[in-house]
Design a binder for this molecule. Structure first.
Ligand SMILES: Cc1cc2nc3c(=O)[nH]c(=O)nc-3n(C[C@H](O)[C@H](O)[C@H](O)COP(=O)(O)O)c2cc1C
Length: 270
């Protein structure tokens, strides 16, 4: 098994998998280690994991995840949910006051779902398996919640697909460390420092996109000439689509009881 440092160094998101199944004992071991070894706010562990292996169910998840092929290919899909339902049932059982059906509850539980997802990721990666996160979980939050029968105050936050890698991608670039790490207080960067911080990333990222003929043609058509423009183009994180998805996420939070079902009107608006 790899050490933490070896695991992190070897990390690449994997998007092509061999058909090999993951033995149930390995899945059990990784999940047990992750649950036992991940910190939790108040030790309330406000998350749940939905483990999907059934091909038919994976097919439906593939559709909900914008038909990203590797959802079908990977033998294992795990959906990490912010979940206060179980805890709230227990509170009720013991005659305790209800709580966590509010925005702070959502935020805390969403953090927990992300923390446990990365522990699970490290467990699989340390054993030589590959993973890819699925950001599409947020885009299809409501539909995934319905499909997985998630109860009140329980919503999917992220998903990973897991399997035996069938590709060896290059390590993806990051910015120089000084871009992320601030000494004591936040340090603003000047425009020329910003140029420097992004130079290598812009070059390699743009080259990677331009090496994909389909994307290259779309960029040429749409007049997109840089990595930054690409990121907020219709082909990546379109601002209008992002705003629309934000509304859907808010709706999902209302639908599952994390926010009041109708937005509160102020006195003057009434
Ligand atoms: C929350 C989250 C959501 C992601 N969603 C997707 C996704 O929907 N599809 C995909 O191909 N990769 C997805 N990724 C993988 C990122 O593209 C990848 O981590 C990033 O490009 C850096 O590459 P690396 O993980 O190989 O270092 C996601 C990663 C994270 C952390």
């Amino acid at each position: 098994m790899k050490t933490v440092a070896e695991t992190l160094t070897a990390h690449r998101s994997i998007r092509q998998f061999k058909p090999d199944e993951i033995p149930q004992t390995i899945i059990d071991e990784v999940l047990h280690e992750a649950i036992m070894g991940t910190s939790s706010s108040g030790n309330l562990n406000s998350y749940s994991l939905i483990v999907t292996r059934d091909p038919e169910r994976k097919r439906r998840l593939y559709e909900l995840h914008s038909e990203q092929e590797f959802v079908l290919q990977a033998p294992l899909v795990i959906t990490f949910c912010a979940d206060w339902y179980r805890t709230r049932q227990w509170l009720e059982l013991r005659g305790a006051r209800d709580n966590f059906n509010n925005f702070l509850g959502y935020q805390v539980a969403a953090n927990e779902a992300m923390l446990i997802s990365q522990s699970v990721t490290l467990g699989f990666e340390a054993r030589g398996y590959g993973i890819c996160y699925m950001g599409t979980t947020l885009q299809a939050m409501q539909e995934i919640a319905d499909y997985l029968n998630l109860p009140e105050t329980c919503l999917p936050i992220t998903t990973i697909v897991v399997g035996v890698p069938d590709e060896q991608p290059e390590r993806r670039e990051r910015l120089p460390m000084r871009a992320y790490i601030h000494d004591e207080t936040y340090q603003e960067v000047s425009p020329s420092e910003l140029e420097e911080l992004y130079a290598a990333r812009e070059e390699s990222g743009w080259q990677r996109y331009m090496s994909m003929p389909h994307l290259r043609a779309l960029c040429e058509e749409g007049g997109i000439t840089s990595l930054a423009q690409m990121y907020t183009s219709p082909y990546k994180y379109d601002p209008d689509a992002y705003a629309a998805t934000s509304q859907q996420v808010l709706e999902a939070l209302r639908g599952r009881g994390f926010l009041p079902s109708t937005p509160g009107l102020s006195q003057t608006e009434e």
